[in-house]
Design a protein around this ligand. Structure first.
Ligand code: MN
Length: 437
């Protein structure tokens, strides 16, 4: 802990002192925003305002060469390394403190560097190098395994020995409020003679946290869990949208492919690992001894309350699950150390999905697959039954670590389902369309 974690700290930006604000002075998450008059640059959220880091950098030194903040992503700043991340947080914490006059008492400088959040558009905060998704909540893996393989074989034999993952698609990771188009793909029920092609009928959510790698590792060079923990810049909420019907037909033997490749939504503010330091928790004692390269010397999990809301088109929002990031068997640092153990290079901007986070009870599960037990027990949303997602449904993930008189919040991670397009190969062809121009 350091002075930036002091629960008694207050800011001269009054909205940051509201105990219900996601962005008190103890948080200081990084994002990328634009305004009507200026394109994308790095900002830091404080209450209902944004510190324009590019403008602040310019005000401090107008002659400086090579801005790391007048950039459309956080990667340039992350590349400066953990010491600079921490120094920047300490500088901001001082500058925004209630008793620090430098910016507080300079209306011109405030005008140049503080932007109301309601005037800003928020963008994907980092350029995503690669996206890897894990499967590391024991309750989730047990629920899914029980559904498809029976209770005796719920956990695969490797599960307690390593964080299982697959390489996902970076190209379709999008920021909150980007529409999600229902995927098309091959569908085949267990009794169907042959597959057909069409819109997914079992579109699902996965409540996850995303860890953002801010420091690289070299190809052929494994890292310890301690090194891995220092390489993680911060965390976002992550919805790993999943087409269960595509997945069940395609996944053997190489794992998920199209079922997960159409969209992954992240929240716009990256909450730094340093801001979450007071909320660290030890992982449960491993049931099977872990190999030395996966052992952790410091608590690797976090106590972060999470919830999923679903709002049908024209209806009201329903909270359908409340859970916590502590329900993990492997930490993000263990996942990163495992990822690099084979010699895989890790890059600045790599995104690691935790895996669906499910707690021990039905109403703390992180997917509709579990909340409705594969559609057998639909949710009741004011009389409307919901097994999987329907067109027009809006799903919002929210999360916050609860401090003494403040919360380290993540903002919203939201997506609304749009209908599938018509595939050009299956559109009804008319002779005119085929005629040469
Ligand atoms: Mn997932």
């Amino acid at each position: 802990m350091n002075p930036t974690h002091d629960p008694a700290l207050k800011s001269w930006i009054e909205s940051a002192n509201d105990p219900a604000s996601d962005f008190p002075i103890q948080n200081l998450p990084f994002g990328v925003f634009s305004t009507d008059d200026r394109d994308r640059r790095v900002g830091v959220a404080i209450g209902d305002q944004i510190v324009d880091m590019a403008a602040l950098e310019y005000a401090a030194d107008p002659d400086k060469d090579g801005s790391v903040f007048a950039q459309p992503c956080l990667n340039y700043f992350m590349a400066l390394g953990p010491e600079v991340w921490s120094e920047t947080r300490a500088m901001l914490s001082r500058l925004l403190s209630a008793d620090e006059p430098r910016l507080r008492d300079d209306p011109e400088l405030i005008q140049a560097t503080i932007v109301p959040m309601e005037q800003a558009d928020l963008h994907l905060p980092f350029a995503i190098s690669g996206y890897t998704d894990f499967y590391a909540s024991r309750e989730h893996a047990t629920n899914v395994g029980t559904m498809f393989r029976g209770a005796e074989n719920a956990l695969p034999p490797n599960w307690l020995h390593m964080p299982i993952g697959y390489n996902g698609r970076a190209s379709t990771v999008v920021v909150s409020d980007t529409p999600v188009i229902r995927p098309l793909g091959q569908l085949k029920g267990p009794d169907d003679a042959a597959p057909r092609f069409g819109p997914s009928e079992r579109l699902d959510i996965e409540l996850e946290m995303g860890a953002i790698v801010g420091a690289p590792s070299r190809m052929g060079t494994p890292i310890t869990t301690e090194e891995a923990a220092r390489m993680i810049f911060g965390f976002v909420l992550l919805n790993d949208w999943s087409a269960r019907d595509l997945q069940v037909w395609e996944y053997q033997p190489l794992g998920p492919f199209q079922a997960k490749a159409f969209a992954t939504t992240v929240s716009p503010w990256v909450v730094t690992a340093e801001a979450l330091e007071p909320f660290r928790l030890a992982a449960p004692p491993p049931e099977k001894p872990l190999l030395p390269y996966l052992q952790e010397s410091a608590p690797g999990l976090y106590d972060i309350n999470l919830e999923i809301s679903l709002r049908p088109a024209g209806g009201k929002e329903h909270v359908i699950s409340r859970t916590n990031f502590r329900h993990m068997y492997f930490s993000a640092a263990q996942q990163l150390a495992h990822h690099a153990a084979c010699g895989c290079a890790m890059n600045i901007g790599d995104l690691l999905g935790s895996g669906t986070i499910s707690g021990p009870t039905r109403d703390s599960c992180g997917s509709l697959l579990e909340l409705t037990w594969n559609g057998a027990e639909p949710l009741d949303l004011d009389g409307a039954a919901r097994r999987f997602l329907e067109d027009g449904d809006a799903v919002t993930l929210r999360g916050a670590a609860k401090g003494d008189g403040y919360r380290i919040g993540f903002g919203a991670c939201r997506g609304t389902i749009r209908p599938s397009p018509v595939h050009p190969a299956t559109a009804a062809a008319s002779p005119e369309d085929d005629a040469p121009a």
